[in-house]
Design a protein around this ligand. Structure first.
Ligand code: TMP
Length: 245
């Protein structure tokens, strides 16, 4: 299984074709961007750390009955995945108010939501990934009503599994972003990655609002110690998975 031509380069990954048309190879980069790539940088070791963290979490989800695009990791920082037609939607689940929810609603950072909130954003950099409504999703034919219902219930199920797992790791899963794709049988599979780039993760042992941050907000907000926070997430996830036997 050799990597062949580059199919696509995103902000955090490069996708290559392989000699099997149903399989792609994702190479995780150290590059980091924020605010629609207005802020750019690099986080040393991020590619390998995120690839490993995402692999553990995809396997955890698969073991709990959630279908994902994950196949295996043939080398550090490289993941073989099923080729899918990715829906141009970012599905965000929130347990605690942070980020754009606070900016757009005035809710205070850290407000515990009465129930998880599922939001859909349009994956379109030129438009700045705007928040969508159900009717806008229908208008733009981004998903069918059935797919939208399935995305929502799958996102909530994933939230339950990941929140419980991170809690066992001493981490609060504040919010996260998912992407999904359709295989040739039109089955919805979880795609992209789940990592400190795509989640807000707070250390349960830290009360300080800056010190508790273990995710890409350290980079977005120039909080420092970015690499060591990602490393800490990796170690805790690794330990959490091993603890489950
Ligand atoms: P937000 O509060 O900025 O809308 O972000 C919600 C969650 O989505 C947060 O965990 C970070 C993640 N996210 C991404 O993975 N990619 C993005 O481009 C953005 C804006 C957020």
């Amino acid at each position: 299984m050799s990597a062949q031509k580059q199919l696509y380069e995103g902000k955090a990954k490069i996708i290559y074709t392989t000699d099997n048309p149903e399989i792609l190879l994702a190479y995780f980069k150290d590059d980091a961007t924020a605010f629609n790539a207005q802020k750019r940088g690099s986080i040393a070791g991020k590619g390998e750390m995120n690839c490993t963290i995402a692999a553990y979490l995809f396997q955890l989800l698969e073991a709990n009955g959630v279908p994902t695009h994950f196949i295996d990791c043939p080398a550090p920082g490289k993941m073989r995945v099923r080729a899918l037609r990715i829906l141009p939607l970012e599905v965000v689940v929130r347990n605690i108010a942070a980020g754009s929810l606070c900016q757009q609603t005035g809710l205070l950072v850290g407000t515990v939501l009465p129930q998880p909130l599922v939001e859909f954003f349009y994956k379109k950099d030129e438009l700045g990934d705007p928040l969508l409504t159900r009717d806008r999703i229908m208008l733009l034919n981004l998903a069918t009503p059935e797919q939208l219902d399935q995305l929502r219930s799958s996102a909530l199920r994933i939230n339950q599994i990941l929140s419980d797992f991170f809690h066992q790791c001493g981490i609060t899963l504040v919010d996260f972003k998912l992407e999904f794709g359709l295989d040739v049988q039109q089955q919805l599979l979880l795609a992209d990655e789940i990592s400190p780039d795509s989640c807000r993760l707070w250390d349960q042992a830290e009360a300080d609002p800056d010190r508790r941050v273990m995710d890409k907000d350290r980079f977005r907000r120039d909080l420092g110690n970015v690499e060591s926070a990602y490393q800490q997430v990796l170690e805790r996830v690794q330990k959490g998975v091993e603890g489950r036997g």
